[in-house]
Design a binder for this molecule. Structure first.
Ligand code: RB5
Length: 154
């Protein structure tokens, strides 16, 4: 199980983040909260996704959780960083496969899509599931993510 996780949201995801953050701490994880720090001010999801993605790139965080209204904008932004594999998961099943097959290091959630209790189940699976490993058939495909778009696809 992962030990350190970063979490961030925009205003739309703020309420779900405030549920997940203390719950993750109760599970014994070190949680780095990168904001937003209130849900009343309209903010821009790319700012928060980029901050968390930079932390993943620098090895500051093992895993990240990003919450916005749908989870989509956060995933689009985070995946612009080559070291990030962000998965927008709406189900426990996709969270498991995001880890086993894609070695996803960032989970994005939609606060307008998943209820808080179900989001907890998705997060639990995401944090507990191991990648199938470098000897698996999935590694070749993961290697191609960078190889087919070197320098971020420039
Ligand atoms: C904010 O209204 C909303 O667009 C944002 O939270 C997110 O869902 C974008 O993908």
């Amino acid at each position: 199980m992962v030990k350190t996780v970063a979490i961030a949201s925009d205003h739309a995801g703020y309420e779900l983040k405030t549920v997940l953050q203390p719950w993750l701490q109760e599970l014994g994880l070190t949680v780095v909260d990168l904001g937003a720090f209130n849900g009343s001010e309209s903010v821009d999801y790319p700012d928060f996704a980029a901050r968390l993605a930079r932390g993943i790139r620098e090895g500051e965080f093992e895993r990240g959780i990003l919450v916005c209204g749908t989870g989509i904008g956060m995933a689009i932004m985070a995946n612009r960083f080559p070291q990030v594999r962000a998965a927008n998961c709406l189900t426990d099943f996709t969270a498991r496969l995001a880890r086993e097959h894609n070695d996803a290091n960032v989970l994005t959630l939609g606060s307008r899509v998943v209820a808080a209790e179900y989001a907890k189940a998705i997060v639990t699976t995401f944090l507990r599931t191991e990648y199938a490993g470098p000897e698996s058939r999935h590694q070749r495909r993961i290697d191609k993510l960078a190889a087919l778009a070197p320098n971020g696809g420039k």
